[in-house]
Design a protein around this ligand. Structure first.
Ligand code: NAD
Length: 252
């Protein structure tokens, strides 16, 4: 049977673990060539090896997406290696926890740099390549923290994810003439390293579970289906949307 993304090149940031890794495995299963990015080889090297051991195609690109020059260098390297970039998944993210009144400047700036500026640099670099190629698709992994209700002790994270949804809409508007679609996926609480501390706190867990109609946290695989769908021909007329994957916690 034909695979959904056969020979398409997909660049995925933060692909060493968690949601990014699950997305990378899924694209590889569907025949894509995975350009897998992370800031460190610690998890990325085994993640790429896992894809290859399952018969998929993947290559590691160790770059810090918080900075403009590394983002552009990475895109240039992927283009040199594979000749094209069909899909960009802006997934890399950080989430410092601190009350707003105590959050230090470094954490504030780093969060905006990784979660928002990185997505902007890669939208620009990949957008130029996709315009030249005649089209493409981008998905930004935002968060329900960027929707209506925010999140306590995560001011930088909330601001970055709201910004990312804004960037998604602006990019969808400006890139549509080049046949490039841009959408955002907004996960709820997903079982990854990012939420390890929360999941160890019984009170927090009960509070979250009681507010999720499906009464469970999500798994990285729960996010994958929507990402693949948004990049597929079935979603050809879906553009500039931010869609929640959260068991029904946020219904707007
Ligand atoms: N886990 C959740 O509950 C949840 C909920 C909503 C949204 N999200 C978002 O999903 C995305 C993935 O989250 P996760 O839970 O898998 O997190 P994670 O912490 O498990 O993985 C994030 C990955 O991003 C990489 N990364 C961090 N900074 C980077 C940088 N500057 N350059 C390149 N790579 C970098 C990390 O090394 C790591 O491999 C993030 O954007 C996060 O905000 C997660």
């Amino acid at each position: 049977m034909a695979k959904l993304f056969q020979n398409q090149v997909v660049l995925i940031t933060g692909a060493g673990r968690g949601i990014g890794k699950a997305i990378a495995l899924a694209f590889a299963r569907e025949g894509a060539i995975v350009a897998a990015n992370d800031i460190t080889p610690v998890n990325l090297t085994p993640a790429v090896a896992e894809i290859q051991s399952r018969g998929g195609r993947a290559q590691a690109y160790i770059f810090d997406v918080a900075k403009r020059i590394p983002c552009f260098s990475m895109v240039e390297q992927v283009l040199n290696d594979w000749g094209q970039i069909d899909i960009l998944i802006n997934n890399a993210g950080v989430e410092p926890h601190a009350p707003l009144l105590d959050l230090d400047e470094w954490d504030w700036q780093r969060t905006l740099d990784v979660n928002l500026s990185g997505a902007f640099y890669l939208t620009q670099a990949c957008g130029r390549a996709m315009r030249h190629q005649g089209g493409g698709c981008m998905v930004n992994i935002a968060s329900i923290a960027g929707r209506a209700f925010g999140l306590r002790n995560r001011s930088a994270y909330v601001a970055s994810k709201m910004g990312l949804i804004g960037l998604t809409r602006a990019a969808a508007l400006e890139l549509a003439p080049y046949q490039i679609r841009v959408n955002a996926v907004c996960p709820g609480v997903i079982e990854t390293e990012m939420t390890a501390a929360l999941r160890q706190d019984e009170t927090m867990m009960e509070s979250w579970l009681s507010s999720i109609p499906q009464r469970r946290l999500g798994k990285p695989e729960d996010v994958v289906g929507l990402v693949l769908f948004l990049c597929s021909p079935a979603a050809a007329y879906i553009n500039g949307q931010a869609i929640n994957v959260d068991g029904g916690k946020v219904m707007c």
